[in-house]
Design a protein around this ligand. Sequence first.
Ligand code: SF4
Length: 304
Amino acid sequence: MLKLKFRFTSNHKDGFNPSGVLDSIFIDLTSRCNFNCRYCFNTDCVQADTLDLPISAIIKMLLDNDSLKISNWILSGGEPLLYPHLDEALSLFKQNNIRPKIATNGTLLTSDVADKWVSFGVAAVQFSINTLNENKFAELSNSAPVLLHKVIANLSYAIKLPIRIVVDSVLTKINLKDIFELMPFLYNLGVDSYTVYLYTPGTDLTEMKHYMIDFKDMPYIIDDLINLYLQTCDTRVIDTNLFPIVGTPIYEKWKNKLDLRIHGCSAGQNSLSIKANGKVSPCVCQGAKEFICGDITVSNLSKI
Ligand code: SF4
């Protein structure tokens, strides 16, 4: 996934360990989702069977953490709020003094759930919001337009809680203009950072044929986004894994005006991904059999 992460505050920095030190673990808790996004590349979600990661797999990973010392636990899905064992899982994390991060589409994160997550010690919540236009929202997520208002209401509540709130968007032809509205909107609301996914494995899906941005337009979009970022906020930090940008005219133009932090791919270097079926892949985007390096339901993290 190629992304630009625009930081609105400078008080949070992601840690980057040397290669070979496992630091981050991404867990797809469930394949259940109340959306059916056109760009969804999660193979567990698009297949017919419902998959929920057994709670015993989480217990096994937490036991291993004594030796592995993983500092970033990122819970997603599908939609993690549809995982039937979510409260039990969060309680286990709390007992182990781990403060997970949760990625959600935000529709089900009502005020009572958000309050509960604070009591569980959840460190951060990532909302996925692609547009502020309800028709475009419905077109991209294949869900009811009215749900967008729920997401914005839930985001507006969560932002007031002692929890770090970040937002991401997937760039498509439909929401290109909207991303330029979203950035200042989210900054003024008080979110901590805004990530724009320029390219995901979902970009190549047949369903995305008419929605994907032409690659030749990408440099201009990146340049415009950086320009808008500098006009929007005083923090000058962008994290990106767009490493081919180094040495390009855009990089030369901006490198002395902001802290443009370029990171390599962490797959198999610092991070692992656990799929809802228990299979383990180095890459959060790849669940194909060529990438599978173990199964948490029959083995354990240390061995894998
Ligand atoms: S909300 Fe996420 S998991 Fe659900 S369909 Fe959309 S991209 Fe896939």
